[in-house]
Design a protein around this ligand. Structure first.
Ligand code: ADP
Ligand code: MG
Length: 692
């Protein structure tokens, strides 16, 4: 049995319109180890086609190619990869060295793909490079070498895995005659060393140096003659084979990342620009999230400042009302289904909803307008553990109808409230808390009437209160001026008027109205219970204080706002994803030859995909880190400015935002890289090498 045997080999190339080109016609050949075979023939006669078939770069053929008796046409992908790794070494006319890898990395590439340990890799590559006279060139890049040197590197690469067959397609085609001789010497030595060398050549002189010349014309073997034994040469190639275990491992992630890094370094400028482009999107998103968080923190903090820690406010809005009703309905239904089958038209069905229909005033949905309380509400709240007492109050909020009149001038104020336990004398900068028929007004409202707010004390004003349905009006004396301090509660933000609940009830009676309390103030027995009581109040379905409601509304608005801005920032992410996609596609085109080489020396599709995905992963990682870095820097600078103006920071970046930013960047980049990577993995090696 011959070492390499070809039986009735036919090759057809499809050339469109269901036509085929018959490139090889019934080729029968057999070769043994130790032969140096020259294949000669006119250009286009089928020499490269034959080599590609021998080398397993092209598996579509009719007939048989038997290597040690096994037909390589029936190999699985895995077996073919192994064939490339163990049996075949390629030498090409155009060298096909990977330009961004050093000489040493080029030669070790095949072993890197097999994940051979670094020490073995280096030792073998150096041994073979030394034998080929390239001792001083390890760390040079291919373009720094002469043609002859490049071809010697390519030969080193072909030999380093100690294959049985060396296939050289016009190895001297790009070399001058002197360097050709040197390369031929080496090739001859390889054959002498016991390998089967098949080389394609145009040159008579090259053919003369081989042990056998096969002539091909129009896809047919027309001559096959022995040209005598090989000239005696000193054989100096002695590499022991790698053991099987070493060869069958796969490219490690680490090596893939290293290869990606080397390629990115080669195109540094371009990659820096992409990372920069991608980082802007990440930066904007992180900044938006930080801004949302910062403003929210600011609001919550200031809203809760200067509030009596013992007082918990409970109110009902149309939202809480319907929620309460729904809850009751659910409870009732759950109970009913426990007792008996549902009875149609049971009057109890609607009783829960009836509370809704009795409601006298319901503000526009979602505005947080408060509803009046019923007897049962305050009872329910009184029963909460650790509540010392519950007092009723009334607040009204209006942008236009709440007003005071003084000396025939009208001044609108927005917030009316009865004096709650929250308002203590510490908030009163001039005068005192209001008694019967007296009111307290905020500093801002007072200064809009008189420059010195203290001048308003003792003055008589007419107060209009919008209760939702009616406007009540009466005359009162100003007892004091309220300063909210740093509080951002309603009285801290809006002009406000306060009177006692008794005064308000008297006004009610006087106006023949029966307006019920719409807020309850729960006083906790001790500060430690406040939080728990607050939770219980919420659990029972009530809204918290006006400040709480306002904070909620503001943070909801803020959330929407941040989401929109983040969405806009997200568009820039999309743009960078498309950019990465494009650049990687370009990279695939640029690296076609490299991909061909990797496939020829036994790289699996998976390995190639891994190299490209690593590259997009790295781009994502860099732009993520850069984006987060920029966001950190900008929020630092931004906060300094904002702090000068508002005395607070508004960009609160958390580690979670930073991590999320980097993760999103990596994810988007890897996703964008998948398509080009699989395109690269699917490249046909013959095509790839031809183009290279
Ligand atoms: P050589 O290497 O001897 O110059 P090739 O083996 O490259 O010749 O090509 C042999 C013949 O097959 C040529 O006529 C060429 O045009 C044709 N051929 C090679 N590759 C393809 C292909 N992919 N599709 C169609 N025809 C091809
Ligand atoms: Mg050719």
């Amino acid at each position: 049995m011959a070492f390499l045997e070809v039986k009735k080999l036919n090759k057809y190339y499809p050339i469109g319109d269901d036509k085929q080109f018959h490139a090889l016609k019934d080729v029968d050949l057999s070769f043994e180890k130790g032969e140096l075979v020259s294949i000669i023939g006119e250009s286009g006669s089928g020499k490269s086609t034959l080599m590609n078939l021998f080398g397993g770069l092209d598996s579509k053929f009719d007939g048989e190619i038997l290597v040690e008796g096994k037909n390589i046409g029936s190999y699985t992908e895995k077996q073919m990869v192994q064939y490339h790794k163990e049996k075949i070494g390629f030498v090409f006319q155009s060298f096909n060295l990977v330009s961004h890898l050093s000489i040493l990395d080029n030669v070790t590439l095949a072993m890197t793909l097999s994940n051979v340990d670094k020490e073995t890799r280096m030792e073998r590559a150096k041994t073979i490079l030394d034998q080929l006279g390239l001792k001083e060139q390890y760390n040079k890049k291919p373009e720094q070498l002469s043609g002859g040197q490049k071809q010697r590197v390519a030969i080193a690469r072909a030999l380093v895995n100690d294959p049985d067959i060396i296939i050289a397609d016009e190895p001297t085609g790009a070399l001058d005659s002197e360097t050709s001789e040197q390369v031929l010497d080496i090739i001859q030595q390889i054959a002498k060393g016991g390998k089967l060398v098949i080389l394609v050549t145009h040159s008579e002189r090259v053919a003369e140096r081989s042990s056998r010349v096969v002539t091909i014309a129009d896809g047919e073997i027309i001559d096959d003659k022995q040209t005598g034994p090989l000239k005696e040469v000193e054989t100096s190639f002695s590499l022991r084979s790698l053991d099987e275990k070493q060869i069958n491992k796969n490219l490690s992630i680490f090596s893939a990342i290293r290869m990606a890094l080397l390629n990115m370094k080669e195109k540094l400028g371009r990659n820096v620009l992409i990372a920069l482009g991608g980082s802007i999107g990440i930066m904007s998103i992180v900044l938006m999230l930080s801004l949302g968080r910062g403003v929210n923190d600011y609001l919550t903090e200031t809203m809760n400042e200067n509030v009596n820690p013992l007082v918990i406010e409970a109110s009902m809005t149309d939202a809480t009302e319907s929620e309460k009703a729904k809850k009751e309905q659910e409870e009732k239904e759950a109970e009913k289904s426990k007792i008996s089958e549902p009875v149609p038209g049971l009057p109890g069905e609607n009783s829960a909803g009836s509370q809704n229909s009795e409601v006298e005033f319901a503000g526009p949905p979602g505005t947080g307008a408060k509803l009046p309380f019923e007897e049962e509400n305050s009872k329910e709240l009184e029963e909460i553990k650790n509540v010392k007492n519950v007092t009723e109050g009334f607040t009204s909020f209006s942008f236009t109808k709440n007003a005071i009149e003084f000396e025939d001038e009208s001044y609108t104020y927005m917030n009316f409230g009865t004096v709650s336990p929250d308002i203590t004398s510490s908030n009163i900068i001039f005068g005192e808390l209001p008694k019967n028929n007296e009111v307290l007004i905020t500093e801002g409202l007072a200064t809009s009437i008189k420059t010195n707010p203290a001048d308003m004390i003792g003055e008589e004003i007419s107060v209009k209160i919008d209760t939702g349905e009616d406007t009540l009006e009466s005359m009162y004396t100003i007892s004091g001026i309220f300063s909210p301090g740093d509080s951002a509660g309603p009285a801290g933000i809006f002009d406000s008027v306060f009177m006692t609940m008794e005064t308000f009830e008297a006004l009610n009676k006087e106006s023949d109205k029966n307006i019920e309390a719409n807020v309850l103030y729960l006083t906790s027995e001790s500060e430690e219970f406040t939080k728990e009581i607050k939770n219980q109040v919420k659990e029972l379905g009530y809204a918290g204080s006006s400040a709480d409601i306002l904070t909620d509304i503001f943070s909801q608005m803020l959330d929407i706002f941040t989401y929109i801005l983040t969405g806009v920032a997200g568009i820039s992410l999309l743009v960078s994803a498309i950019m990465i996609l494009t650049v990687l596609y370009i990279s695939v085109v640029e690296r076609t030859q490299e991909i061909g080489v990797i496939k020829a020396i036994g790289g699996r599709r998976k390995d190639i995909r891994r190299i490209f995905v690593s590259e997009s992963f790295l781009i994502g990682l860099f732009s993520g880190i850069l984006g987060v870095g920029l966001a950190v820097g900008l929020s630092f600078v931004g906060n300094i400015f904002v702090e000068r103006i508002f005395d607070a920071t508004v960009l609160h970046m958390t580690p979670a935002f930073a991590v999320a930013g980097i993760l999103v960047s990596v994810l988007i980049s890897v996703l964008a890289g998948l398509l080009p990577a699989s395109k690269a993995a699917k490249l046909d090696p013959v095509e790839a090498l031809r183009r290279g």
